[in-house]
Ligand binder design. Sequence first.
Ligand code: UD1
Length: 428
Amino acid sequence: MDKIKISGGRRLQGKIAIGGAKNAALPLMAASLLTDDTLSLSNLPHLDDITSMAKLLTQHGVSLHLNGHAPNGGHTGRVLDMRAKEIVSTTAPYDLVRKMRASVLVLGPLVARCGVARVSLPGGCAIGNRPVDLHLKALEAMGAEIILTEGYIEARAPEGLKGGHILFPQVTVGGTENALMAASLADGVTVIANAAREPEIIDLAHCLVAMGAEIDGIGTDTLKVTGKPRLHGAEYSVVPDRIETGTYAIAAAITGGEIELTGTRIDLVEALIDVMRMAGVVVEATDTGMIVRGNRATLKGVDVMTEPFPGFPTDMQAQFMALMAVANGASMITETIFENRFMHVPELSRMGTDINVHGRSAIVRGVSKLSGAEVMATDLRASVSMVLAGLAAEGETVISRVYHLDRGYERLEEKLAACGAQIERVKG
Ligand code: UD1
């Protein structure tokens, strides 16, 4: 298994190009199941999770073609054509779903188009229980009959889905995405109340509209979907990755450096930028993104609480904690979205942080220096928090189990090294 080795303590300076959002690309790819025409996606990131979704779609019968050339071997500048002319299998098997929870996003499109779907239950996950009950209730509200058997979700709607009223008792990104895709092909009007408003939901809604769907209230917490008997193909460009943006913004701040982030948008990361500014980090908007300037001497602790968008994203909690670990003063970080999302704390403590967890909150007392250590990646965002801490630490940090990082960060070492980081991948 590969490791990442970092010699920390260097001030980062340079430019980083931000890619398309993984969490937008995955539902957009699943949306290709809704039509027998071609859906073409550009600005797709080159990540393991995208490959996993591509494999899953292929076995459902989707033909995929990556067009164009990319000098660096990634997906930048390339366009992925996906055509689900015929669905050859409505089953999403365990071995594919267990690798990536977002596989459950094929459930809504499959049952909407084929009247039947069989999707493995995703099972355990490092950051908490993460059930899919709300996805299922949403489909039931559209007339699907659902049974759980032999570890699989079986959804049936032989006469097709009908418009329904869905009220999510809790904001769910994936649940809203499944409901939105299914409602686009349902017969009649579906209202989704307390819908998630994340930029990735807005991206999906806009793509569905480009495919012929009728959706009112995009960007609000109430979506009204007027179902269509069929959708058609479209060309769509994936929204920039706000979590990649935020992660590199913190890389600038934690090293007291200056990084220009291009190909992104400041409005995608407003809640994060607000607290970073409160902590003393300078962030200036540019035409293509932003410039982030950090100063370790004046960095100070601020409190944050994770919330659904437009609040502070849970996917930035671990990275922000790494930053607060070297700030002057204390910070209280409260996680309200996922239970068990402080697994980075014991690993960070190996690098000399002073963090105490009390239930859903962590008290982070800033320390003047961190020291490199051997640490282990536990989940995607937790692992990148160790990279960030490693960049700020004195000495060498070695992070194992970096396959977590490869699920969500494209060419991370290359991007950081181009800004002066001493970072390398050790193949193993
Ligand atoms: C998505 C993101 C993930 C991010 C999360 C919250 C993708 C591929 N993943 O995950 O990176 O951290 O949003 O912003 O886009 N819940 C239920 N029942 C359900 C569904 C969710 O109880 O049926 C709970 C979850 O356990 C969690 C909360 O609702 O506590 C929010 O989860 P949700 O928004 O659904 O997260 P995901 O879509 O899985």
